[in-house]
Design a protein around this ligand. Structure first.
Ligand code: CTP
Length: 131
């Protein structure tokens, strides 16, 4: 059995999130998703997510291709998470291209092209500007 792991915030869930999860699942038999902790998002993006960590986990966990979810507490723990969930494939968006090649010693690393013209940040801006 091949386990795939991927990571993200998945805030204000949109079709780009769905597609990366569907494509990640196609690399194996079991998909594990690390959903960024609120605190990690604060450090990484300088703002709290719109939806809480518990809500984002609930949404991602309800998706058909997802077998297991966990809270990603730190960007520095990726190696530990890959080993803990016994993942043979790490999938990341190509905004991270090349950044995780070091994990090639423990798994295959796949970078997937992002869905064009959609992001949580753009959605938040669009919604704020129309209210
Ligand atoms: N993703 C994607 N296509 C998009 C947006 C996101 O494939 N248009 C992927 C990312 O590459 C990542 C996952 O979805 O693998 C989660 O990304 P996340 O950072 O949570 O979403 P963004 O919409 O990029 O959020 P933000 O605008 O806050 O950076």
């Amino acid at each position: 059995m091949t386990t795939v792991i991927t990571f993200g915030t998945f805030d204000v869930f949109h079709v780009g999130h769905l597609r990366v999860i569907q494509r990640a699942a196609s690399f194996g038999d079991r998909l594990v998703v690390g959903v960024s902790a609120d605190e990690l998002n604060m450090r990484k993006k300088g703002r709290l997510p719109v939806f809480s960590e518990a809500e984002r986990l609930e949404i991602v966990n309800a998706l058909k291709p997802v077998d297991e979810v966990f809270v990603e507490e730190s960007l520095e723990l990726k190696r530990e998470y890959i080993l803990r969930y016994d993942a043979q494939v790490l999938v990341m968006g190509d905004d991270w291209a090349g950044k995780f090649d070091d994990f090639g010693d423990i798994c295959t690393v796949e970078y997937l092209p992002r869905t064009p013209a959609i992001s949580t940040t753009a959605l938040i801006e669009k919604i704020s500007s129309t209210s």
